[in-house]
Design a binder for this molecule. Structure first.
Ligand SMILES: Cc1cc2nc3c(=O)[nH]c(=O)nc-3n(C[C@H](O)[C@H](O)[C@H](O)COP(=O)(O)OP(=O)(O)OC[C@H]3O[C@@H](n4cnc5c(N)ncnc54)[C@H](O)[C@@H]3O)c2cc1C
Length: 638
């Protein structure tokens, strides 16, 4: 396997302009001769499909939901970053670039991150032109707030519904193209296989979730925009349908999987409340603009009404430990700090797994009305779920799985090592290193879809010179047969356990041994436990119904089977990366203050894993990270 990042030469700030000047173009009349498959219609996929179609390419777009508008992106709450410097507070492309690299604990590729910061401002213009109702200040200009890991206000937002409003914008752009006939939209279609012909990605196999039909689709290039894999932990803030199937299927066909162990744990989620809970709820990071995080200093104050704990007896531990960033230190750091105080026995709420997020000071300063204007829908959500009123008692929060920085390996073109297979949004590994800063996922997904892929895919299509293929090609027939055999095998199992029960068990194993803290012993245990659980899955599973109709159990079973396979890769990567960085916290490698301790001498690389066949250990390849512009430092937010 060859990993060539294809980074253009020359100074960092000129790379993208130089690339665009020199890129091979497809002339307008030839664009309509190409067909591109886009799997996924979240922010990354919708923006990509709409933009490619607008350019003149034919597009087949797929999602498993009943409408592209229901992609998980709709859940995004707090905002989207852009280096507009509207607040005149010192922001710039360079600063956004630096914050992102530092936030990712120096484990991201410089050139990609610089480009992301560079195009960020265009995203806001594009979305505003589409009518996205970003919050505005009194004078009518777009308003900003701050997110973690930044000392400027660069986050654009639409109350606590930024993802929804952005997705409506992208969906409108997509709908226009569907109406024009250039995009064929296939909702309720789940990709089950990638089709590779002569080393190039040439199509996919899907199952129609409404009637069970398994079909193949051919194209000149395939784009995966299938989101992240946080649901490998079962409990996460992700939508229930988020899965790793498309990525795993592509991995098995030769695409490298990069940094699978990099998981983001978000500090502000509603704590777990019972064994049979199926979902966790995020309380947006934006709340840390005004909310103060604390626990009682003394254990005897734990059961008390928080309002009765005097100021002097409260430990505002983020403000104490990280005075420069305070409550807005990055997620990995804030999550670990919350876990530490809970491990010390100072956590609040049931089982002591919680810390307060308190708005009393902000309400006293600005009034309830202003706080409701800023966060009203989040406060409503909190009170519906917990039965508590966050305007009068502090929220209780605890870290939870939220985002995955790992994904399929891509080069500067956002193309995987499999020619023709492009990967955008959360599904790729490209921009966030070992920890993503808040409000940067929406920025990346839309940068990829609106501004990067439309250039880079042309480079591939113009130069690949692949013959036209139909689904009559034997590789398509074989991929259909493989997908059907797998469905048949799942349905033939005659056990007693549901896909959900296996998923829950896998998630607990992963959370305990490959979650917020990991160590060599636990990971080695996990690498024995996952195959054993997988074996039981393939014996003890039961699925009601058949494959010829809508069958939710069958859908879940396929996804859980892929999570089982992927979990092992994740644990292997976590064991292999014998250092701590960002969200990957190996307990063996920490400073005296409990911060992550990197090992740049041995691990300044992207780990990209090659699939080598059933029962074979995957092979790790390294892409060295060369920092030309940025000086490596110990990350500090003090
Ligand atoms: C609660 C919450 C709040 C968030 N808030 C913010 C925020 O404020 N700011 C921010 O920057 N980020 C935020 N994030 C992160 C951000 O929402 C996601 O990273 C981002 O939306 C992912 O977009 P995407 O387009 O890559 O994938 P998704 O939106 O997850 O879309 C995936 C698409 O792929 C399709 N798909 C998946 N698998 C298959 C398959 N096998 N076959 C067919 N289709 C498939 C799905 O149908 C869907 O259309 C938040 C995340 C959560 C969970």
């Amino acid at each position: 396997m060859k990993l060539d990042s294809q980074i253009p030469s020359g100074p960092l700030a000129n790379k993208w302009s130089k690339y665009k000047q020199n890129v091979t173009l497809v002339n307008p009349a030839n664009k309509r001769k190409f067909r591109v498959i886009v799997v996924g219609t979240g922010l990354a996929g919708s923006s990509a499909a709409a933009s490619l179609s607008e350019l003149g390419y034919n597009v087949d777009a797929f999602c498993f939901q009943d409408s592209p508008r229901r992609a998980h992106s709709i859940a995004a709450q707090g905002g989207i970053n852009a280096a507009k410097n509207y607040q005149n507070d010192g922001d710039s492309v360079q600063r956004l670039f630096y914050d992102t690299i530092k936030g990712g604990d120096f484990r991201a590729r410089e050139a990609n991150v610089y480009r992301l910061a560079e195009v960020s401002a265009s995203i806001i213009d594009q979305c505003t032109a589409q009518g996205v109702p970003f919050a505005r200040d009194y004078g009518g200009l777009l308003s900003n707030r701050s997110f973690g890991g930044a000392q400027v206000s660069r986050t654009f937002y639409a109350r606590g519904q930024t993802g929804q409003q952005l997705l409506i914008g992208a969906y409108q752009a997509l709908s226009r193209q569907i109406h024009s006939g250039n995009v064929r939209m296939h909702a309720r279609h789940e990709m089950l296989e990638l089709v590779v012909v002569d080393g190039h990605a040439r199509g996919i196999v899907t199952r129609n979730l409404a009637n069970g039909r398994v079909e193949a689709w051919a194209a000149d290039a395939v784009v995966l925009a299938t989101g992240g894999y946080g649901n490998v932990f079962y409990l996460s803030t992700n939508a229930k349908g988020c899965n790793v199937t498309a990525n795993v299927r592509a991995w098995r066909k030769g695409a490298a999987f990069a940094n699978p162990c990099y998981t983001q744990i978000h500090p502000t989620c509603i704590p777990v409340s019972g064994d049979y809970q199926s979902k966790l709820t995020l309380m947006s990071e934006s709340l840390r603009n005004d909310g103060r995080v604390w626990v009682p200093k003394k254990r005897e104050d734990l059961g008390k009404n928080p309002a009765s704990v005097p100021e002097a007896d409260r430990d505002y531990f983020l403000e104490r430990k990280y005075p420069s960033y305070g409550n807005l230190c990055p997620r990995d750091i804030a999550s670990r700090a919350a876990k530490q105080v809970c491990d010390e026995g100072r956590g609040i709420g049931p089982a002591g797994r919680g810390v307060y997020l308190d708005f009393a000071d902000a309400i006293a300063r600005f009034g309830k009305k202003v706080i409701a204007e800023r966060y009203g829908n989040l406060f409503d959500m909190y009170s519906t779920i917990t039965g508590e009123d966050p305007y009068s008692v502090p929220m209780r929060i605890y870290p939870a799985v939220h985002y995955t920085m790992g994904g399929l390996w891509v080069d500067y073109n956002l193309m995987s090592n499999l020619p023709g297979l492009h990967v955008v949004g959360e599904a790729n590994f490209s921009d966030h290193g070992a920890n993503r800063l808040g409000a940067s996922a929406l920025m990346q997904g839309l940068a990829d879809g609106y501004f990067v892929l439309p250039y880079t895919i042309g480079q591939y299509l113009a130069t690949a010179k692949q013959p036209k293929l139909s689904t009559e090609h034997p590789e398509f027939k074989k991929a259909i047969a493989d997908a059907q055999a797998r469905l048949k095998r799942l349905l033939s199992l005659n056990g007693k356990r549901t896909p959900d029960s296996f998923h829950r068990e896998l998630g607990l194993l992963m959370w305990n041994k490959c979650g917020m803290a990991r160590n060599e012993w636990g990971l080695k245990e996990l690498l024995k436990e996952i195959p054993a659980l997988r074996e039981r899955f393939w014996k003890e599973l039961v699925i009601r119904g058949d494959a010829a109709t809508m069958n939710v159990d069958l859908e879940k079973a396929g996804r859980v089977a892929d999570f089982m396979e992927f979990a092992e890769l994740m644990a292997r990567d976590a064991l292999d990366r014998d250092e701590s960085c960002g969200g990957h916290f190996r307990e063996e490698h920490q400073t005296e203050e409990g911060e992550a301790k990197r090992n740049d001498a041995e691990f300044l690389h992207v780990s990209a894993w090659e699939y080598r066949g059933e029962g074979e250990a995957p092979l790790r390849h390294k892409e060295p990270l060369n920092y030309e512009e940025i000086k490596l430092q110990t990350r500090s937010y003090k």
